[in-house]
Design a protein around this ligand. Structure first.
Ligand SMILES: [Zn+2]
Length: 220
């Protein structure tokens, strides 16, 4: 978009919803992440907190460094198909939450006020943990982060790169070493033990765009 002499007002400017390697979940009404309000990760039980926290700490640190006020909280109960209290990102576990083996589900609370992410729910597939689904450790780490970023308003950045008319599975830009965004569908992210479970630079660009959108629209 070209603006003539900056006549577009600062407030009310259209949010950036896509860029290289990222896609904002504007289809779900989320276009921003608050740089001011806190986000708290909660868990369906104390046992899940113990099991899940190690998968989330590195990404939470990256998000804080990028300007998201996120912390790991404790257990709470949230009714099925309900949004948790505002700002809470609730992790729970169920057998095949999308009725497909090995798939987990992360959703933001849809259409939050001003499009500013207000939390959401992540349902991890129980099969990863009961031995019935064989998932590589790096892929599991990345799945935790992929679903977390869904709740903050990132969507799949798949694009029709080969020009066949559809943005297919794994059809995402790659960085050094062929690394796809962790938000790539059905999965992506770093594969090494040191880097799995971390946002790639594409995903960080997406988070920065979400934060900038909040500032652009003057929303907290
Ligand atoms: Zn996804």
């Amino acid at each position: 978009m070209t603006c003539a002499f900056g006549v577009t007002p600062e407030s009310g400017a259209r949010p950036a919803v896509r860029g290289t390697g990222f896609q904002v979940a504007s289809r779900l009404g989320v276009t921003a992440v608050s740089p001011v309000r806190p986000y708290t990760v909660t868990f369906g039980s104390a046992g899940l907190k113990t099991r899940y926290t190690p998968y989330l700490t590195a990404a939470a640190r990256q998000l804080r460094e990028a300007g998201v006020r996120i912390r790991i909280g404790g257990g709470e109960s949230v009714a099925a198909d309900r949004c948790p209290p505002r700002g809470h990102i609730h992790y729970t576990q169920a057998y095949r939450p999308v009725r497909r083996g090995g798939y987990s589900l992360g959703l933001p609370c849809t259409a939050p006020p001003d499009g500013v992410a207000a939390g959401g729910v992540v349902t991890m597939d129980s099969e990863y943990f009961d031995g019935t689904w064989d998932i590589a450790p790096y892929k599991l780490r990345n799945t935790f982060v992929h679903e977390l970023l869904h709740t903050l308003g990132l969507d799949h950045p798949n694009r029709d790169l080969d020009g066949d008319g559809t943005a297919g599975p794994y059809e995402c830009v790659t960085g050094p070493g062929g690394v796809r965004p962790v938000m790539c569908s059905p999965n992506g992210g770093h594969r090494t033990p040191e880097s799995a479970g971390r946002l790639t630079r594409f995903d960080l660009d997406g988070v920065r765009a979400l934060l900038a959108n909040a500032q652009r629209q003057g929303a907290g």
